[in-house]
Design a protein. Structure first.
Length: 346
């Protein structure tokens, strides 16, 4: 027990240090890239650009300090939550992020759940059913999720679901003819808490197309992982042995399959969710979804440096936290993952 505990502590420390190093590297690259566009951003903030006024703004923002000092101030301000204000409209970046983040999280979470169910159902039915088309569906799902551009899928869904069929809204998050429920910022949760059925229907109606579009990526990841595991000789031998003991197919999956596949699946889902947070930029742009993606795209086009620096760094930080948490949960469910990593290192 003590040996297992020490291995877990070593694994957690090793992963934490690795992710910390990656985060610092990413923050330095982001800081340097955003500084390349800073001069234009300061000029764009002025209706009549003036060199003297530009120097005053740069001094007020601390842009005349050495780069090392600016970077350390940048990290310190990020940790304190002092993210400054937009150069163009003077709105606090932290407030804008807190207003827009729930929309992105809600879209990504529903897409992750939908994609997981789609990947599991498609792969398991393909393995269980004797029909050829059912066995080809996981490959089709993988091609759609991993190779087809997400903006192309989004436009196709708008054309079919909204224009041709008229069944779904083209864009937006909510029907503003209705009273928007307040609370957490997650419209589905707020609608359920308030007991507003019309608001819930409107929220789900607007979520349908963008969530379905975004779900193809996690569905392809789950399907590919499950197919690879199902065809491993170790799993096939285990199924044969358990069937010989009289266990049903359902019992084999519930008692042994979920335990063996649970840890790798959690890691894959954690990574997929992190990628969904970053990949939602295109989806939100196509469907005019009022989340972090559209906010960051607008900031990049406007060269709004503080929005780029702090809002994008926060998204990156959130991705690292999700991946880190998923790996820790997976190791807690299957401690052999930590042991195998140590063996690989040696």
């Amino acid at each position: 027990m003590r040996g297992w505990h020490s291995e877990m502590v070593a694994y957690v420390l090793r992963k934490s240090l690795l992710l910390l190093a990656l985060f610092l590297t990413a923050s330095a690259l982001l800081f340097g890239a955003s500084r390349l566009a800073l001069g234009d951003g300061v000029l764009l903030a002025q209706k009549a650009p003036d060199p003297e006024r530009t120097r005053e703004i740069e001094t007020a923002l601390g842009l005349d300090l050495p780069w090392r000092t600016q970077y350390l101030n940048y990290l310190g301000n990020f940790l304190r939550g002092d993210w400054g204000a937009s150069i163009l409209n003077q709105r606090p970046v932290a407030d804008e992020v807190s207003n827009r983040l729930p929309a992105t999280l809600e879209l990504s979470l529903i897409a992750l759940v939908l994609g997981t169910l789609m990947g599991l159902a498609t792969t398991l039915l393909g393995e269980a059913l004797p029909w050829g088309w059912a066995k080809k569906m996981p490959a089709v799902l993988g091609a759609l999720g991993l190779t087809v551009p997400i903006f192309w899928l989004g436009l196709l869904m708008i054309i079919v679901g909204a224009v041709w069929c008229g069944a779904f809204p083209v864009s937006g998050q909510f029907n503003f003819m209705l009273d928007r429920p307040s609370g957490t910022g997650f419209l589905v949760i707020d609608s359920i808490r308030s007991g507003d059925g019309a608001a819930l229907v409107s929220a789900l109606h607007h979520l349908a197309l963008p969530a379905f579009c975004l779900s193809f990526f996690p569905a392809a990841v789950v399907s590919g992982l499950l197919r690879a595991r199902l065809h491993e000789p170790r799993w096939q031998r285990l199924v044969i042995a358990l069937r010989a003991k009289g266990l049903s197919h359902a019992a084999i999956w519930l008692r042994h399959g979920l335990r063996l596949l649970g840890a790798p699946l959690i890691i894959a889902l954690g990574t997929s969710f992190g990628l969904l947070l970053g990949g939602s930029v295109l989806t939100e742009t196509v469907f005019a979804w009022p989340g972090m993606g559209r906010y960051l795209v607008g900031a990049v086009l406007d060269r709004d440096v503080f929005v780029i620096q702090y809002a994008l760094l926060f998204v990156m930080f959130l991705i690292f936290v999700v991946v880190w948490g998923a790996e820790l949960l997976a190791v807690a469910l299957n401690p052999q993952l930590a042991n195998s990593e140590v063996d690989d290192a040696h």
